[in-house]
Design a protein around this ligand. Structure first.
Ligand code: HEM
Length: 453
C-alpha cells in the first residue's frame, strides 16, 4: 500500500523548484530585476516567471503528485507521465526567460520567439501534469473541501498559462497577433488568476488537508469551509470572466470584476478564521516548526489582502503593487512552501527509505531526521527579512529592500541545507546527535505521526 501510493517524482520536483527559487532570489539580490529595475522591465518579468513557473508551479505540481493518490486512495503515477511534464516545463520556462531577455537586447532579438513557443510548451506540459490529477480528483464522491479547492486551482493554472501564451504571442509577433490594445488590461487578470487562483486556492486546499493531518485536527470544516470555498473560488471565477469581458470594453464589467475580487478577499478572511479554529481544535498540543511557519505565512496572506484592499480604495495600488506582490510571492506562498517542505521532505524520505522496513527491522522516528532548533533561526530570519523588505518597499527604500532580499536569500540557503540534511539523513546521524532508541512504530503510532494518510 505504502509503495503504490508513494510518488517517486515528488522529491525531484521539490529539488528542481528549490534551484529555481534560489536562482531567482540571487538575481533579484544582484540587482538585475525589481526593485533595482522597473516592475515591467524584461529582467523583472524573467525573474517573476522563474518564481511563478519554476519555483511555485513545479513545487505545487510535485506536492500534488503525492497529495492526489493520498486523498483519492489511488496508486501514484510513477511512470514517464509524471516526469515528462517536469522536463517540458523547465524547457518551456527556459524559452520564456530567453524571450523576455531578448526584449531589452540582453539576448539576440530572434529569441523573442521563445515567449510564445516556450509559453506554449509550458501550457501543454502543465496540462499534461494537471489533467490526470484533475481526473483522479473529479471522481471522488462526496467531494471533500480540499479537493474542491485543488480542482479550482488547477483550472486557474490553465487559464493563467493560456493567457500568458496569448501575451507572449502579442509580444513576439504584434503584426500577426494585433490584439495589443485589447489585452492591455489583461495583466491584472493574468496576475490575479495566477497568484490567487492557481497558487492560493491550491495552497488553501492542501493546507486544509495537511495541517489537519499533521496536527491531528478535525478535517471536516463544516459551513465555514464551504463559505470560504464559494467566496474565494466563485469570486475569482467572476473576476476572471469579468476581466476578459472588460478587455473587450463591455459595460458593467469593471464593477463585476471588483465585486469578484472583493468576494475572493472576503473568502480569504473566512479561511483565515477557519484556520484559527483548526489550530485551536488540534489534538497535538505542541506545534511543530512547519505548523508555526504555516501560521506566519497565513498572517502574511492576511496582511497582503488587507494591503491590496486599502491600496485599491485609496487609488495607490498602481504605485505600490510591487511590495504587495513581493509579500504574496515570498511571505505567503514561498513561506508556506518552504515550511511545508520542512515537514514533507523528511516525511516522504522516511516513507521511501524506512516504510518498506516497517515490521522487519528497527526504524527511526521522523523527528530524528530533523533538528528544529537548528532550522528555526533560518525560518525566523526568512520571515523577518520579508517583513522588513515589504516595509522598505512600501516606504520607497529600494536599497534597504535589497539588503532584506539578500537576508532572505541567505535564510533560504540555510533552509535548503536543512532540507538536504533531512533527505540525506543516515541512522548514525541520530546516534551522533541525541541517540534515540530505534522504535518499531505500530500502525496506531504511525497514524498518530501522520505516516498513514
Ligand atoms: C503559472 C503561470 C504563470 C504565472 C503565475 C504568471 C504570473 C505573472 C505575473 C505575476 C506577471 C506580472 C509581472 C510583472 O509585472 O513584473 C506576469 C506577466 C506576464 N506573463 Fe506570466 N505568469 C504565468 C505564466 C506565463 C506564461 C506561460 C507566459 C507565456 C509566455 C507568460 C507571459 C507573461 C507576459 C508576456 C507578461 C507581461 C504582460 C504585460 O506586461 O502586459 N506568463 N505573469
Amino acid at each position: 500500500m505504502i509503495g503504490t501510493s508513494l510518488s517517486r517524482w515528488t522529491l525531484p520536483h521539490f529539488a528542481v523548484a528549490l534551484v529555481f527559487l534560489l536562482s531567482a532570489q540571487g538575481v533579484i539580490a544582484a540587482g538585475w530585476a525589481y526593485p533595482a529595475a522597473l516592475v515591467g522591465a524584461p529582467g523583472t518579468l524573467a525573474v517573476v516567471h522563474l518564481l511563478t513557473i519554476g519555483w511555485l508551479t513545479v513545487l505545487i505540481l510535485g506536492a500534488l503528485l503525492q497529495f492526489v493518490p493520498m486523498v483519492t486512495a489511488r496508486p501514484a503515477s510513477n511512470g514517464m507521465m509524471a516526469l515528462l511534464p517536469l522536463i517540458g516545463i523547465c524547457t518551456g520556462l527556459a524559452g520564456v526567460v530567453a524571450g523576455f531577455l531578448s526584449l531589452d537586447g540582453t539576448l539576440p532579438a530572434f529569441l523573442v520567439v521563445g515567449l510564445p513557443a516556450g509559453g506554449l510548451l509550458v501550457l501543454i506540459t502543465t496540462t499534461m501534469a494537471a489533467a490526470p490529477l484533475a481526473a483522479a480528483l473529479w471522481h471522488v464522491r462526496p467531494m471533500p473541501l480540499p479537493i474542491r479547492f485543488v480542482l479550482a486551482g488547477l483550472g486557474f493554472l490553465l487559464a493563467t498559462a493560456g493567457l500568458g501564451v496569448v501575451f507572449g504571442a502579442i509580444f513576439a509577433c504584434p503584426t500577426v497577433f494585433p490584439w495589443g490594445r485589447v489585452f492591455a488590461g489583461g495583466l491584472r487578470v493574468h496576475i490575479t488568476s495566477g497568484l490567487l487562483g492557481w497558487f492560493t486556492l491550491t495552497a488553501l486546499g492542501v493546507s486544509y488537508r495537511l495541517l489537519a493531518m499533521f496536527m491531528l485536527a478535525p478535517d471536516d470544516r463544516g459551513r465555514l469551509g464551504d463559505v470560504a470555498f464559494l467566496l474565494t473560488a466563485g469570486g475569482l471565477a467572476l473576476a476572471w470572466f469579468a476581466g476578459l469581458g472588460r478587455m473587450l470594453d463591455l459595460p458593467l464589467l469593471d464593477w463585476l470584476m471588483q465585486a469578484g475580487e472583493a468576494a475572493a478577499g472576503l473568502g480569504v478572511a473566512v479561511f483565515l478564521v477557519d484556520m484559527l479554529r483548526l489550530y485551536r481544535a488540534r489534538r497535538r498540543p505542541a506545534l511543530e516548526l512547519h505548523g508555526i511557519t504555516a501560521a506566519v505565512s497565513f498572517g502574511a496572506l492576511g496582511v497582503a489582502i488587507l494591503l491590496l484592499a486599502s491600496l485599491r480604495v485609496t487609488g495607490r495600488l498602481e504605485d505600490l503593487a510591487g511590495p504587495v506582490l513581493y509579500l504574496l510571492l515570498f511571505g505567503w506562498l514561498s513561506g508556506l512552501g518552504l515550511g511545508q517542505l520542512y515537514k514533507l521532505i523528511p516525511f516522504l524520505t522516511w516513507l521511501h527509505r524506512f516504510g518498506p522496513l516497517l515490521g522487519k527491522a528497527p526504524v527511526p522516528r521522523i523527528e530524528d531526521m530533523v533538528n528544529e532548533r537548528r532550522a528555526a533561526p533560518w525560518f525566523a530570519l526568512y520571515f523577518v527579512a520579508i517583513a522588513a523588505g515589504t516595509v522598505c518597499g512600501l516606504l520607497g527604500w529600494p536599497s534597504l529592500w535589497r539588503v532584506a532580499i539578500a537576508a532572505h536569500l541567505l535564510a533560504t540557503v540555510g533552509i535548503a541545507l536543512e532540507l538536504w540534511r533531512a533527505w540525506s539523513w543516515q541512522p548514525h546521524n541520530a546516534a551522533a546527535s541525541r541517540a534515540p532508541a530505534p522504535t518499531w512504530p505500530s500502525n496506531r503510532h504511525r497514524q498518530q505521526e501522520g505516516a498513514l494518510p
